[in-house]
Design a protein around this ligand. Sequence first.
Ligand code: NDP
Length: 336
Amino acid sequence: NRRIVLAARPRGEPVPEDFRLEEVPRPEPAEGQILLRNLYLSLDPYMRGRMSEGPSYVEPVALGAVMGGATVARVALSRHPDFKPGDLVTGFGEWQDYALSDGTNLTRLGPDFAHPSYALSVLGMPGFTAWHGLLTIGEPKAGETLVVASASGPVGAVVGQIAKLKSCRVVGIAGGADKCRFVTDELGFDACIDRRDPAFAEALRRAVPDGIDIYYENVGGPVFDAVLPLLNVHARIPVCGLIAHYNDTAPPPGPDRLPRLAYTLLVKRIRMQGFIISDHYGPEFAAFLDAMKAWVAEGQVKLREDIVDGLENAPNAFIGLLRGENFGKLVIRIAP
Ligand code: NDP
């Protein structure tokens, strides 16, 4: 059983030496337990926060402990009355080949789950994050303009496609021409601006002639600096993520932006609200899953996956995620 543990706490950007691949004996299920063969592991930006010490909304991973993450797994052995070998399940697991479970907090993936890894993206946590933040905080109305960054990733892609279904004008922001082409041509956004373009702020301004009514915040940093002057009166800002800052070790250079932000919120009567998706599971997740399964089946919501083979490649893939090297939902395929 191979597993990846946290070897050191990163200073700034994580490096390969912050992780360690270990080999331990495969665990044996006791009565009432199942042995899971992990097939897919989701890599997500929030994992950077768990690598650091200090207060946050999730516990840090202890040094030497196995890195955690959502998985799709197949039941390999069962000593549990409700599971049989071959069943496909999803749940919160670890960066490892095999795991034991007593069945609690596992969700079975039925035959309607034609594409099991989607349980980690469009039909799972990132898709639900997009749904909740956009519909509950963003409150999109027909004809409004929405802007979202990391637009080719699982959260941004789903935000933009739901906003299109709600008849908004949708402008994506992504890193590079290939990602932007995908966002407009495949996902159907009205426009997409390359955040790496030196003239980015001006290009964004031209792409939103009527201003911005909803800015779905995934990144922060220079993208937010460009968005702020373009916000309309009564704009809404669901604050979902700030990936441009996850590796920060010091405040960003430049002037203190807080007074200008507060003044803009005041005079334009803007609502800016953060949320953490783990607070919202329950009936809302069931409603999301029903709607999203139908949209995916009808081709109204599409998702690109960036599948990397081999558990041993998870650390480098994760380091790349924080640099924008992934193109689509980053998933590690641990076993075929
Ligand atoms: P993605 O798969 O889209 O991956 C992250 C992307 O962020 C990169 O591909 C890159 O896209 C972009 N990025 C990386 N560094 C920077 C930077 N310095 N400045 C601007 N963009 C950058 O991630 P997800 O869709 O899974 O997550 C999107 C956001 O949502 C994250 O901030 C995440 O933390 C947050 N989130 C929050 C949740 C909550 O409960 N509040 C739950 C789930 C996710 P590109 O190269 O195209 O710019």
